[in-house]
Design a protein around this ligand. Sequence first.
Ligand SMILES: *Cc1c(COP(=O)(O)O)cnc(C)c1O
Length: 389
Amino acid sequence: MKGYFGDFGGQFVPELLMPPLLEVEKAMEEILPTREFQDELNDLLRNYAGRETPLTHCPTLSQELGFNLWLKREDLLHTGAHKVNNTLGQGLLAKRMGKTTLIAETGAGQHGVATAATAARLGLNCVIYMGAEDVARQSSNVRRMRLLGAEVHSVASGTATLKDAINETLRAWISSHETTHYCFGTAAGPHPFPTLVRIFQSVIGKETKAAMYEKKNRLPDAVVACVGGGSNAIGMFHPFINEEGVRIIGVEAAGTGEPGCYSSASITTGRPGVLHGCHSMLLQDKTGQIEPSHSISAGLDYPGVGPEHAWLNKTGRAEYHKIKDADALAALQKLCRAEGILPALESSHALAWVLQNPGSFAKGSDVVVNLSGRGDKDMDIINNALEEN
Ligand SMILES: *Cc1c(COP(=O)(O)O)cnc(C)c1O
């Protein structure tokens, strides 16, 4: 069924949200495939965002691990992470739909910054909704968004974090969709967002495939990515789903790992349910109330996950694991010292799983970790965490 991945996905939304969702779906079918759209997007990706990104071999870690570790360098993109692949795609689509304003949610602020930059570049207005907790925690990203011309609204309802910001943005969209597009930040939410975001992020996996062929004339043995809402991961995974020999590995955030701690591991520890218009795996208590999520990496801090991941997990095509805060931090330090690359704390979860499970990969194999973002934004958190130890 349209908008479903097996039994996950769908459009569990109030009736008033259906007209804007249908309008996006129509634009996806009629505008997105056109030559003009594709040419303009490719030009922006190349000359504004900095694509294509390199596939970097890690000589020191490869020697130690006994197989080839490669990094897909989304950290080198404009605004510091993969988010801009999606915001440029949706921003351009919105512009061609005749919209004048982008609205978006943000948690850590990375998606807000990418959306604000995109809006500025495309001559659109920008309004960002952010939980009051996050506004306080991520003040430098709030300043970046404002500098880029965005209006930032602080959302005080609920736990005043990402899930509440999404609710508020969906509400705002209902009353403003004539002129606004909701630039959803990850491969979750109601149909068509999981598919739309995946289409724009799949450039990651496509480039990885081409680069691997160019370097080794073969496919990688495994692709690995961190999973928050799931956009960088599905972008890496999707072009490999039909390549049976390629192992697909998603890594969630386990939080501190102490008994009873909150995590962001919706697939590995959650249960099926509905959140933000989408049937997927969720962190919820016995009565079905959404549980607070936690991770040292703010970008993974979401109690749900995209429906396509829930399905890839259920069918067994992809495997999902989780990594604790401290182990992600150790992997980050290791990559800095060994290869001279400071990864985002989010991406460090994917790297940590590979570093902890070298026996899981054959000698001489090629393993690609998606480096979804750079770690400069995490310096305060890294400093605090290292001081505590
Ligand atoms: C936002 C973010 C993530 C998590 O989002 P996904 O939709 O799961 O990709 C991961 N890494 C970085 C660097 C981010 O900014």
